[in-house]
Design a protein around this ligand. Sequence first.
Ligand code: NAD
Length: 492
Amino acid sequence: MSDVEKTRSASPAPLEWEYAPAPEARDIVSLQERYGLFIGGEQVEPRTGEWYSTISPATEEHLAEIATAGADDVDIAVQSARDAFENGWSQLPGSERAKHIFRIARILLERSREFAVAESLNGGKPIRESRDVDVPISAAHFFYYAGWADKLEYAFPNRRPRPLGVAGQIIPWNFPLLMLAWKIAPALACGNTIVLKPSHTTPLTALLFTDVCRQAGLPPGVVNIVTGDGHTGAALVRHPGIDKIAFTGSTEVGKGIQRAIAGTGKRLTLELGGKAANIVFDDAALDQAIEGIVNGIFFNQGEVCCAGSRLLVQESVSEQVIAKLKRRMGTLRVGDPLDKNTDIGAINSREQLDRITELVESGREEGAEIFQPECRLPERGFWFAPTVFTNVAQSYRIAQEEIFGPVLSVLTFRTPEEAVEKANNTAYGLSAGVWTEKGSRFLWMAERLRAGVVWGNTFNRFDPASPFGGYKESGFGREGGRHGLDAYLRFE
Ligand code: NAD
């Protein structure tokens, strides 16, 4: 017996492997009691005189009072953005705009812990993700587009690129800071000014970002932030002084926006929902694929537009994959978003939790088989256990509708042709994943999948240099990369 074996046999096996709590300190974020609207470089009281409470979805505790912007407030914000556009920002040399954007990127990194804590506090996502994904990739977007600001003529040779004017930008709650960065960085690089509306439930990092704009010396009015719900968003969409709407959110609201601006000449990009297929072939490295499946559906509680919410697994390995997946799900830690050990945090709102619950119920009723590992969910706040459905028919709602929660539907296939057919059998077309050892098979699949992004042997990977966007009901236009500039430019 070796020394190691002797030691092993001498020490009794622990009954339970538990992690000690590892909470991130919350006091790095100092919140104001109330946040006004950010217009013309200052916080101002809303004309509506209305405020609402933003909460932590993990505890339901009140965090701060937030202004509700009405149509008059939106009007003042658009005017401020117009003045800033005409009185300087659009005429500034690209190299000067770049300096501001670089400064924003650097300050975001300097204050990254603060932003990560605020994001997890207000949105419910695990600190591990806000710290390692949301904040660094947001900063990376600003760095990336800062680099383009003085090179637009090279990005579009012989086409004389010009800014559009005032961009109205509306974003959802699942990646509040990252979606802000995706919207603001290219718009500024191209010389536009901005009125941005964050989601009703997650305004805090956008409001902290206003302080970054101040620190970076951004001229007043170049970025304006108006808070509120869908009514505020609708007022922004309708405003005649807006030249472009950039929207990320649900397909339903996106369609309404498209109808509302039809015939106005306003430019539009829509980043909408998804129901991505994560496709595992029998030749794939299965343990690696399991990690990709878990990341695909449980990252950010599955509240991800490009989540791999349909697992398509080749029949010959389906039993093996499902068994491995269930075992792996048993190790996921659900709980306090500010604990560094947490894998799955809180669902963003009661409304979203109700929606997930309703769709999961429909899955049971339609005849799918449900599995949830044993896990203790906190009593307060909004929580949902990681869930996998097997025996799913393509017609079930859980195979067709976007659940936007930690819920995976498993389907099987026999041939690559069948995998393509099933993967494309959706109204959406945002992303897909393919797991195979064969490069030729990956390329064959990528050519046929109707999805804006196809990941090979990985999932949910984001890079500022890489364009992102949808087909069909997932929207149109691309964000990221050189393509992302196109959405904020006109050509003379
Ligand atoms: P949502 O459509 O309800 O809201 C998105 C934003 O639009 C919010 O700021 C909201 O206040 C605003 N809004 C609501 N009604 C409006 C109206 N009539 N006019 C103008 N603005 C209005 O979506 P959500 O629940 O916040 O976000 C989840 C959705 O976002 C999911 O469907 C998800 O797939 C999608 N999403 C897509 C991407 C992408 O890049 N394709 C990224 C993240 C999220």
